[in-house]
Design a protein around this ligand. Sequence first.
Ligand code: URA
Length: 438
Amino acid sequence: MLAQEIIRAKRDGLVLAADDITALITALTDGSLSEGQAAAFAMAVFFRGLERDEVVALTRAMTHSGEVLDWSGLDRPGPVLDKHSTGRVGDDVSLMLAPMVAACGGFVPMISGRGLGHTGGTLDKLDSIPGYNTRPDAALFRRTVREAGAAIIGQTARLAPADQRLYAIRDVTATVESIPLITASILSKKLAAGLQGLVMDVKSGNGAFMPTLERAEALAASIVDVAGASGLPAAALITRMDAPLAPVAGNALEVSHAVAWLKGEREDARLSQVVMALGARMLRLGGLAASDAAAQGKLEAALRSGAGAERFSRMVAALGGPADFVERPDRYLPVAPVVVPVPAPHAGYVSAIATRSLGLVVVELGGGRHRANDTIDPAVGLGTLKEPGQWVARGEPLALVHARDAASARIAVASVSQAYTLADKPPIAQPMIIASRG
Ligand code: URA
């Protein structure tokens, strides 16, 4: 069928045949589908939706639009696992989770993204480690996964190229927020990475990409369902994102924090809950633990023994970073020249944090991007962020602003102050794991 006839059918709310979806994605990949046609298709899907079989067909076509990794020759004794998360602020979970799961017997080839909008990106964080290669060739990627158990790298042009083209078009045509398109986009990359188990961390709250719990639940259900139908065992946790997860937000600051956490130097209860819950699901999906309790026990042992930190160290060294990075991160990570406190305007309990605003402060400081090809400043960001429920005295710092210069620091101080609400009573503590699927 002609591309315009396929688009017309979707525009009119008809269900597309798998062959037509494949033909459209083949044309998208070889460039014969114009940008206008791809945008029209995305908009038709945005309004009309896709049935489950259509999403499965779209996912399959996008997965096979490029290379599909095969880990069977890796000579590895454990399952190939990954987690994917949607929009986040102060979220360095991946940096901890990948080496922790590796320390428990999993193999984690984690293909991560860069930050866009108010959310940070794992690759930008890793770029603050001197020498760390986020674009290794296939041989180095495989070697790192085999030897360290985890390798966090960027998406190559060969992996799900149809998704790369369609995502870029969706990004500028207001068609990102479509659950079937997000499902196919995320799963095509994960299936192309050759996984045997995927855990989704779907965030819900004022710092999240999915604005309401209802939408977060719908995305979680769609991903688990379509992954299952595509032969990929998957589970999803809906986790709270109405405050930064870590007490820091910014690239080098988050790496430093993750290393301290892996070395057992920090507790950070809310963040630890999320890391442990996601890790437990990954171990169970991979058959490395029979119950959540057994999985948590394994993860806690890996943390206590330093095995998680050791895996992170191996990964950094294998990908070109300093061999003693975990022992001496401060020697290598860039530091902002200006560090100023944000004084609390009055005493009170932290009762709410406008998390998205804090993410935007980091962008404005230079730690994130306005446009996809902007360069970022790894050293800037926010440190020692007060958490929900903490008491602060008047004038006590709500956070420290790490800035390149005094002018940007001044603006950031005012914005951070506005992002915090202080009240007479502490807020009711909420569980970090809101719901789970699969
Ligand atoms: N992340 C993705 O990889 N794809 C989407 O469509 C949205 C978020």
